[in-house]
Design a binder for this molecule. Structure first.
Ligand code: UNU
Ligand code: FES
Ligand code: FE
Length: 455
């Protein structure tokens, strides 16, 4: 068992570089994080019809997500109960059964073992078929169409797991007809640890003007002012940083939801048309979040940019490799033309060969590879930016930082990472449900953003 206290220094916002490199850390993550967290599987819109299926991973476990004949959704381990072969090799499709390519056992869309070749002749009808159904993922549930699975029966319900993050996401996931993911996901391999992109998307407003300097100039529009950190907008009311109970979080830049789009007219118009609905259903604050640009993460390995419309999962493949899957995130009530335009923009920016995607990929691989060294592995990384500003806000849930560029949600990600890595079970985690902010920041910590609003 790794000693988490040697890896994470909450007080100073510091992490050991071992978290990106060590096999022992990784093995514990697979059991304690991927084995106990709610993990994003797919969106309902990806499997609309009975018999539709989508294959993915929960940590390193291959799973099949399938729409049942009665319309419900189930998920199974994608590994044959005979000799362990992978059952379904397709990325997605529609079927009545899954047939193993090794000896031909076949399983229904409900996971039942339906057919065994030569069953009477070779098993003399003694094989207990009910005991050989595909193991079902313990919990499957959906948040506004986003389907998640969890291997731990003791994990809290999905809504509680998402917690305060769902309150924020409701601003666009419960308005405009709801959200959906379009396209079959693009898939790429990156030689990096899964936490490098997770921490980047959840909280890194700092890299945008620098890493993406050339791309922002090429795109033009309001974000181009950030290029090369040339013109930093006034820090006081440029946006916010949020972290929540289970490590989810995001940074938001107010009013710039559309900013990555080269020709944002139709998107701005859609937002203006739907904004009254958001304010009416969700209130003024969430109206403000609705028109912002979010860089966001759902603990552990799901990230999205709302505004830039990319939605990603970083599947771990050992400590030093991931598979990146990328969809386009849209709202259902957008016109087909606007959805198509947004998909094009999402592919050009954060698709496999996207301009901003390739800017980031280089950094992510290098942040991992440097830790091969004897000295580098023993080093630490700093995520202390804006620590003084972390605290509560009188009207907004979770912990908020001082502004958009800060590392509040990085710190929150590693706070929960440490908690779940240490916990023996969910019962241990629940002990901290009411006290996590007090224990972390003290009873009186007020967010820098709230302090400014009050002043
Ligand atoms: O790279 C990002 N996370 C990003 C890019 C965030 C905001 C705007 C553009
Ligand atoms: Fe699947 Fe044998 S491993 S039928
Ligand atoms: Fe980036």
């Amino acid at each position: 068992m790794v000693n988490v206290d040697n890896l994470i220094d909450l007080e100073n916002g510091v992490q050991s570089k071992k978290v990106f490199w060590d096999q022992e850390v990784y093995d514990q993550e697979i059991e304690r994080i991927f084995g106990r967290s709610w993990l994003f599987l797919t969106h309902e819109s990806q499997i609309p019809e009975p018999g539709d299926f989508f294959t993915t991973f929960m940590g390193e476990d291959p799973v099949i997500v399938a729409r049942q004949m009665d319309g419900t959704i189930k998920a199974f381990i994608n590994s044959c109960t005979h000799r362990g072969n992978q059952i379904c090799h397709a990325d997605s499709g529609n079927t009545r059964s899954f047939n193993c390519s090794y000896h031909g056992w076949s399983f229904g869309i409900d996971g039942e073992l339906a057919g065994v070749p030569l069953e009477a002749e070779v098993y003399f009808n003694k094989l207990d078929k009910a005991a050989h159904r595909l193991p079902e993922v313990t919990q499957v549930d959906n948040y506004r169409g986003f389907i998640f699975g969890c291997f731990d029966a003791e994990a809290p319900p999905l809504q509680e797991w998402l917690g305060e993050m769902a309150w924020y996401m409701d601003s666009w996931a419960d308005t405009g007809g709801g959200a959906e993911l379009i396209g079959t996901p693009m898939k790429t391999i990156l030689k990096c640890n899964w936490k490098v992109p997770s921490e980047n998307f959840i909280g890194d407003g700092y890299h945008v003007g620098w890493t993406h300097s050339a791309a922002l100039q090429m795109i033009g529009g309001p974000l181009s002012a950030l290029s090369g950190n040339g013109e930093l907008p006034p820090m006081d009311d440029v946006g916010a940083q949020v972290t929540t109970r289970h490590g989810h979080g995001f940074g938001v830049i107010w009013e710039l939801g559309h900013a990555i789009h080269r020709d944002p007219g139709d998107y701005i118009q859609f937002q203006q048309q739907t904004l009254p609905e958001v304010i009416e259903k969700k209130g003024e604050w969430r109206g403000k979040f609705y028109t912002g640009h979010w860089n966001s993460g759902l603990f552990p390995n799901c990230s999205f940019l709302y505004g830039t419309n990319t939605f990603k999962i970083w599947h771990p493949k050992g400590p030093h490799e991931i598979e990146v899957w990328t969809w386009t995130l849209v709202q259902k009530n957008m016109s087909p033309e606007l959805k198509r335009e947004i998909k094009k923009q999402a592919i050009q920016t954060f698709g496999t060969a996207g301009t901003l995607e390739s800017d980031d990929g280089e950094n992510m691989e290098t942040c991992t590879r440097t830790n091969r060294g004897f000295q580098t592995r023993r080093g630490t990384m700093n995520a202390s930016m804006g620590m003084e500003g972390d605290g509560r806000h009188p009207e907004l849930p979770g912990v908020l930082g001082a502004s958009f560029i800060g590392e509040t949600s990085y710190r929150g990600f590693y706070r929960f990472w440490g908690e779940i890595m240490k916990a023996e079970s969910w019962a241990d985690i629940h002990k901290n449900d009411d006290t996590w902010v007090d224990n972390w920041l003290g009873k009186d910590a007020v967010s820098g953003m709230a302090a400014r609003n009050i002043a």
